[in-house]
Design a protein around this ligand. Structure first.
Ligand SMILES: [Zn+2]
Ligand SMILES: [Zn+2]
Length: 255
């Protein structure tokens, strides 16, 4: 790791951060924000002397509406290709992603609302992806040292982009409020804990979340011991429940 890659450009579009970094023949954009983010993106690009047409590839960290709601209008204005994980490509084609599960008391309530009364918030203009991945992808062919890796947990198709010193992690880390990083929503918490482990095993020094400010490795490490343990506990409990169910099943078979 020689740290040659410059830190990504961060554009704040409402509640969601969009990130840009240079690849071989233009720019790679990470996430598209909510509907209407195009204007903020254009302003951000202009302040760095770039244009919309410079975007060559759009990597979607996952298909929640606050990450893909603005995708259609960006795709219509560029020749960029869209990359998404296989577990969520059908959602993107349909223009609907189910509301995620809450990880806390409040977010569990919001999730319940999101899945029932507020179901419409999961809808967005559909987009057909150009590249669908189901394992990690080397970015070498795009002229940059790095890779896209699956980091499931927040959603089944969540991915992170690892670039030498930096990682762009979508909602796998969630830096709002600023004293915590555990996502308020996650469909699979044990998988999320494994993805945190995977990120901590990289050499990355700074982790860029889609919500909130960048996270240092030190802070991530510290929080992982507190908040991350919680997720692992849930994993162990889930295993325990499975175990008990299995032995009950065996007993029932015998009986
Ligand atoms: Zn999300
Ligand atoms: Zn989000």
């Amino acid at each position: 790791m020689d740290g040659n890659i410059q830190a990504p450009i961060r554009i704040r579009a409402g509640q969601t951060n969009l990130y840009l970094f240079t690849i071989q023949d233009g720019l790679l954009l990470v996430d598209a924000g909510t509907k209407g983010s195009l204007k903020r993106l254009e302003q951000g690009l202009a302040s760095h002397r770039f244009h919309l047409e410079d975007i060559r590839l759009i990597v979607i960290t996952h298909t929640h509406y606050d990450h893909v709601g603005g995708l259609r209008e960006i795709v219509d204005r560029t020749r960029a290709r869209v990359l998404v994980h296989a577990a969520e490509s059908d959602f993107l084609c349909r223009g609907f992603t189910p509301f995620p599960r809450g990880t806390g008391l409040l977010s569990k309530g919001i999730s319940l609302l999101g899945r029932s009364l507020l179901r419409k918030t999961g809808r967005y203009a559909p987009v057909f992806p150009d590249i669908v991945i189901d394992k990690s992808l080397d970015l070498g062919p795009y002229g940059i040292q790095g890779r896209i890796v699956p980091t499931p947990g927040h959603t089944a198709g969540s991915v992170s982009i690892l670039l030498e010193d930096f990682a762009l992690v979508g909602d796998t880390l969630f830096h709002v409020p600023p004293w915590r990083i555990y996502p308020p929503f996650a469909d699979d918490e044990p998988a999320l804990a494994a993805s945190w482990q995977k990120l901590l095993e990289t050499d990355c020094r700074i982790f860029y979340p889609a919500h909130g400010a960048p996270i240092s490795r030190e802070f991530f490490n510290r929080r992982a011991k507190g908040e991350g343990q919680r997720a692992k506990g849930i994993g162990q409990r889930a295993e325990g429940i499975e175990h008990r169910a299995e032995s009950r099943g065996r007993k029932a078979e015998k009986g």
